[in-house]
Design a protein around this ligand. Structure first.
Ligand code: AMP
Ligand code: ZN
Length: 452
């Protein structure tokens, strides 16, 4: 039985699905205005972790993730400028070019991390009509109101507001100061649709004039469009709990007059050197920064497993180095087991692994179980069990061995000889490389070295 902690009920609960064992899962996706950092990727490794654990248990996934390419203001609570516009001014590109560029980078890094991506990845700008329709429905049912600036959700119409993050909205309202915007009924009313000034680059026609959607509405709408009005799991970082997810719950539950999401799951923050990642500390790392220091995306993937998602995880390069070494030793042992001749009964490890992952994704315990199993006598049975576990771990045990430096140097010399049309020298080097057990395969603009 798979049990996950539900941030809404504050209990571990059995996962729900439809009659075909299909789990509908929504994940808040990236805002594509800048390079994604390793903290963001903790959130997507968390998503990957849930997906793979469910698949391991025989569930099917119907997953959706949005790409925020409009409407996310510099503060989650509707203040500041649209992050996409800020980026567009910074880089002298259109918001669409910005979105394309950073979405590509996100996808490339996600691929390097071997993240099992959702079945549907949906940019907010592709569902503007549906967002307008959703906002109109909230207006029609009296949950929203129009001001000179836009359409706002009236949180007094949803007395349960604040349930997820444990805030008492009545208490907050009683103590609240008057909002700078006097047209709003309460300071906690949030924007659904913004009426755009003429010079605003991204804007669409709507029943309320030209404008653009607020950030929160996109997740309710994309979830609704691709998964319907009953969603099993919704994921995001803990920072989304108090504003973004409260707002999503308010919009969706009012639209459908029932609880739309069953289980809310939140991943705690990745800290760096014990503190927040921030520009001023110059400690916002990307996957490319790790690579520059000799680590791989896979090292970071393995690092993710070493802390429970509900706890803050402190990133340091020392800790990443330790993760890298542990991963290396696991791979070496795997190789030994692959060629092992003993017979080992792995069932107790299989039970422990399953029990760990199914107990709210206890990955540190699952990794400890893998390490215990690898201490057994060298056996193909252990290797086979590891390969089964790898459906969840998503590590690369098939990688080719590192090409020795002398072979690389000879291959480079051969390439240069060939460029210089010195084919005799090139052939001689190819033969030499071949006699050392490697083969050169020429490609369009380079070559590949393969082990024979
Ligand atoms: P954003 O692109 O800013 O909308 O964030 C994308 C995702 O990354 C969200 O789910 C955030 O909650 C999450 N996130 C941002 N910073 C961190 C961090 N340091 N650790 C874990 N998750 C984070
Ligand atoms: Zn969202």
């Amino acid at each position: 039985m798979v049990k996950f902690y539900n941030s809404l009920s504050r209990r571990k609960e059995e996962v729900t699905c439809d009659e075909n064992k299909r789990v509908k899962m929504y994940s808040c996706g990236p805002t594509v205005y800048y390079y994604p950092h390793i903290g963001n990727f903790r959130a997507y490794l968390f998503m990957d972790n849930i997906r793979r654990v469910l698949k391991f248990n025989g569930f099917q996934l119907d997953g959706v993730m949005n790409i925020t390419d409009v409407g996310h203001l510099t503060s989650d609570a509707d203040e500041g400028e649209d992050k996409m516009l800020v980026a567009s001014q910074r880089e002298h590109k259109t918001p669409w070019e910005i979105a394309k560029f950073y979405t590509n980078i996100f996808m490339t890094d996600a691929k390097k991390l071997n993240i099992d991506l959702p079945e549907h990845i949906v940019p907010a700008t592709s569902v503007v009509d549906e967002m307008i329709e959703f906002v109109q429905a909230l207006l029609d049912n009296g949950y929203a109101y129009e001001t000179s600036k836009g359409i706002y959700f009236d949180i007094q119409k949803f007395p349960e507001y604040g349930r997820l993050s444990g805030m008492d909205i009545n208490e907050k309202l009683a103590g609240a100061r008057i909002d700078v915007d006097e047209e709003k009924h309460t300071p906690y009313d949030f924007v659904l649709w913004v009426k755009a000034p003429k010079q605003h680059i991204m804007q669409w026609q709507s029943p309320w004039g030209m404008g653009y959607p607020g950030w929160h509405i996109e997740c309710s709408v994309i979830g609704d469009k691709f998964l319907g009005e009953h969603i099993d799991i919704h994921t995001g970082g803990v920072d989304h709990k108090p504003v973004h997810h409260e707002n999503e719950i308010a919009q969706s539950n009012c639209r459908y007059a029932h609880e739309v999401v069953k289980t809310w799951m939140h991943v705690e923050f990745l800290q760096v050197d014990g503190g927040k990642m921030s520009k001023s500390l110059n400690n916002i790392y990307r996957i490319a920064d790790l690579e520059q220091r000799g680590f791989t995306a896979e090292d970071f993937r393995f690092f993710y497993f070493l802390a429970h998602y509900s706890k803050q995880h402190n990133f340091t390069f020392e800790a990443l180095e330790m993760a890298k070494n542990t991963l290396k030793s696991i791979k070496n042992l795997a190789k030994e087991h692959k060629n092992g001749s003993h017979s080992v009964n792995t069932s107790k490890f299989e039970e422990e692994f399953l029990q760990s992952i199914n107990d709210d994704l206890n990955m540190p315990k699952a990794i400890a179980c893998v390490q215990k199993m690898l201490k057994e006598e060298r056996s193909r049975d252990v290797y086979n069990a590891l390969m089964k576990f790898n459906q969840v771990l998503g590590l690369n045990f098939e990688e080719t061995e590192e090409i020795p430096d002398n072979i690389k140097a000879k291959a480079e010399a051969r390439w240069l000889a060939k460029q210089n049309r010195d084919f005799a020298a090139a052939d001689a080097l190819r033969n030499e490389i071949s006699s050392l057990g490697y083969e050169i395969k020429d490609a369009k603009d380079g070559y590949e070295i393969l082990k024979n």
